[in-house]
Design a protein around this ligand. Structure first.
Ligand SMILES: Nc1ncnc2c1ncn2[C@@H]1O[C@H](COP(=O)(O)OP(=O)(O)OP(=O)(O)O)[C@@H](O)[C@H]1O
Length: 263
């Protein structure tokens, strides 16, 4: 479904600031796979999401959705097929627009022209229905400016907006990290719910080992631009956070040893 083939990305190549963010990364996701992505700071987790979304062009390799190469498509062209939620609750919504105007924009994502913000009666009813699922009472606040909502409410709305046009792929970049534990739990629960209901193929970056094991059916671990572990559903189910940390230390060490050997 989502295929990443031998993707590499180096920032500032040939300079003192050179950063190899992705080194020959390949990944194959089946329809409905929900993959959690963990790794150290600077491992390349966000960069991989950025190359799928089209925010950053890769230097080499291909990104395919349903067998179709999308690497040349600009970000806005991919938006209808690739939904995304960021860490910052401010990033996914327009604060000066109302809840219903934001939803209307999300509803029209990928459409060519038209009054994207305009909200008709039937649409309003549909939006209210969709909002009810969040259990935050936002269905009664359709005309509230989004800037007045709490971080958790905005993030829940961002999630709904990212999945509104039934994307092929959902990218979650530490989308619960900026929330307090209670709201993070709520948004995690909503995420599971929405991904399952729509059967979305999903990649979720997290620094939280418990969350990485609790959510999804597959887990990958990245280090210095490479995937160093791709845990199957069975393997993931058996793992504890301690196992995961232990594997990380082991594999990280092995990656370093390999590099030393190659020098
Ligand atoms: N736009 C950019 N310009 C220059 N360097 C970048 C850019 N984006 C990422 N990098 C570099 O690429 C490497 C991978 O960064 P990336 O943000 O993908 O890591 P990450 O695994 O998401 O890290 P974190 O967990 O800290 O968010 C890092 O060395 C980073 O400094």
């Amino acid at each position: 479904m989502l295929k990443i083939e031998n993707v590499s990305k180096t920032f500032f190549p040939g300079t003192v600031n050179e950063r190899k963010a992705l080194v020959d990364v390949s990944l194959d996701l089946r329809e409905g796979d929900f993959v959690t992505v963990i790794g150290s700071n600077g491992a390349g987790k966000s960069t991989i999401l950025n190359t799928i979304a089209g925010r950053i062009p890769q230097d080499r390799g291909q990104v395919l959705i349903d067998g179709k190469e999308i690497s040349k498509q600009p970000e806005h062209k991919r938006a209808a097929r690739v939904g995304r939620v960021f860490q910052d609750p401010m990033a996914g919504t327009a604060p000066n627009l109302t809840v219903e105007e934001n939803l209307s924009l999300a509803d029209r994502r990928g459409a060519v022209r038209g009054l994207a913000r305009a909200v008709t009666g039937s649409k309003r009813e549909r939006f209210a229905e969709e909002l009810k699922v969040l259990e935050l009472g936002l269905e009664n606040r359709l005309k509230t400016k989004v800037g007045l909502l709490s971080g958790g409410q905005r993030q829940a709305l961002s999630l709904l907006m990212a999945t509104f046009s039934k994307p092929k792929v959902l990218l979650l970049d530490e989308h619960t990290a900026a929330l307090d534990p209670q709201r993070a739990e709520l948004v995690t629960r909503l995420t599971k719910q929405v991904v399952q209901a729509q059967g979305l193929t999903t990649l979720m970056v997290t620094h939280n080992m418990n969350q990485a094991l609790d959510v999804g059916n597959r887990l990958i671990m990245m280090h210095e631009g490479r995937i160093i572990l791709d845990a199957s559903p069975e393997e993931k189910q058996r793992m504890t956070p301690e196992d995961l940390l232990h594997r990380f230390t082991q594999l990280k060490g092995a990656a370093l040893d390999d590099k030393t050997l190659l020098q």
